[in-house]
Ligand binder design. Structure first.
Ligand code: FNR
Length: 379
């Protein structure tokens, strides 16, 4: 059950264990534009730094001699039991990383028994993904389109294909100010990487044939984000689907309270891995207040800045019901496809188990009740 260093058969290098080493190997393997797009964040990347500072400001105080030979990492979410508290965060355009893209990631998630979230902007369609990973728990992430019919059409398709929840991302009403991409004039959507869910959509096709869009890339770009998004759209979405609806990108407790009034079924506390608004508090620093306000009424998931099992431990200790992972699995995908994704996630999982054992914690329920110590100022 311990993580071991495995030879990467692709290039016969040791498969990296740490986040830093994963990042370094990906930098070597990918064209600069692709690499910066994945690694980078908005503006001066203060939000990204705040994510890490937040994690490093919390410390554990173990309580020992409790027999931790067996630890139970299972959680229950929307009436299903999952063996681990890990979820794959939605990450768009996986053809930027590997020819198998989302198919490889969804298969890895299925093998690991972890829920998988597919982005609106995937390179492969939601049906193709469902076909290669038919038995796993899958969620569909929605970027609410200017053309609402298009979003509703995708949601219906996700329902038909067996997806179990809708994740509405609310922090992306316009693209973040990403200096790395701007400097290099890197625009993967314009290059067609995000076509997976659009190209075969009946509503999308109807507009294409009517001559509304000159070509499909124009169509995607025109429909991408919805700057007028309000709570009214959230209520509309709730009425439209019977699937649980999660809001991704919540940071303010007032928004959490409004969401509960709108009948929302869950939250993902997130600052989009620092890719959207710069200068935002660390996602982990937003978590305790939101957990307090939500008070167990619906699940509170968490992402942004989890790079290790200890990080996952801290987020769960601060009250997250489950944790989502973004960049680390994407790096695994670049390095060794489906296998690479599995290796990265297995290492993070194994470190969580080790951390639970050494900290004297035997279950996720127990973990969610322990207290961490927060340093007042960061050194
Ligand atoms: C993302 N993220 C994202 N979120 C979303 O709702 N829809 C999307 O299409 C994408 N696309 C995307 C691409 C890339 C390359 C990255 C790195 C991230 C955000 C993602 O779901 C998650 O919030 C962050 O990745 C979490 O932070 P970490 O784990 O990367 O630090």
């Amino acid at each position: 059950n311990q993580s071991i260093e495995i030879i990467d058969t692709d290039n016969e290098k040791m498969f990296p264990i740490t986040y830093k080493d994963l990042e370094a190997m990906v930098e070597e393997k990918l064209p600069k534009g692709n690499y910066e797009y994945i690694r980078g964040g908005a503006g001066s990347e203060q939000t990204m730094r705040n994510n890490r500072i937040a994690f490093e400001s919390y410390s554990l105080v173990p309580q020992l001699l409790k027999d931790t030979s067996q630890v139970n990492t299972s959680i229950s979410l929307f009436n299903r039991t999952h063996p681990t508290p890990f979820i794959f965060a939605p990450v768009g355009m996986n053809l930027l990383e590997h020819p198998d893209g989302e198919l490889a990631v969804a298969k890895a998630a299925s093998n690991l028994n972890m829920p998988y979230s597919l982005s609106t902007l995937s390179s492969y369609s939601l049906e193709e993904v469902a076909q290669v990973a038919p038995n796993s728990t899958k969620f569909f992430q929605v970027y609410w389109s200017v053309n609402e019919e298009l979003s509703l059409s995708m949601i219906s398709r996700a329902e038909d294909a067996g997806y179990k929840a809708i994740i509405l991302t609310i922090d992306t009403t316009t693209m973040g100010w990403r200096e790395g991409d701007l400097k290099q004039n890197f625009s993967p959507i314009s290059q067609g990487y995000a076509k997976g869910n659009y190209i075969n959509d009946p509503i999308f096709q109807m507009n294409l044939t009517n001559g509304t869009y000159e070509n499909y890339i124009d169509g995607i770009l025109k429909n991408l984000h919805h700057p007028h998004l309000t709570w009214a759209h959230v209520e509309k979405l709730k009425k439209y689907t019977n699937l649980p609806v999660l809001l991704k990108g919540i940071l303010h407790p007032n928004d959490a309270l409004k969401a509960l009034e709108s009948g929302i079924d869950g939250f993902i506390v997130s600052n989009h891995g620092g890719r959207q608004l710069d200068g935002v508090i660390g996602s982990l620093d937003a978590l305790p207040d939101i957990v307090k306000h939500v008070n167990g009424k619906v699940p509170v998931l968490f992402d942004s800045g989890i790079y290790s099992g200890v990080d996952a431990f801290k987020a769960l200790a601060l009250g997250a019901d489950a944790v989502c992972i973004g960049r680390p699995y994407v790096y695994g995908l670049v390095i060794a496809g489906e296998q690479g994704v599995e290796r990265v996630m297995t290492n993070i999982y194994n470190e969580l188990v080790t951390t639970m054992k050494l900290a004297g914690v035997r279950s996720i329920d127990e973990l969610r009740k322990i207290e961490l110590v927060k340093r007042k100022s960061h050194i």
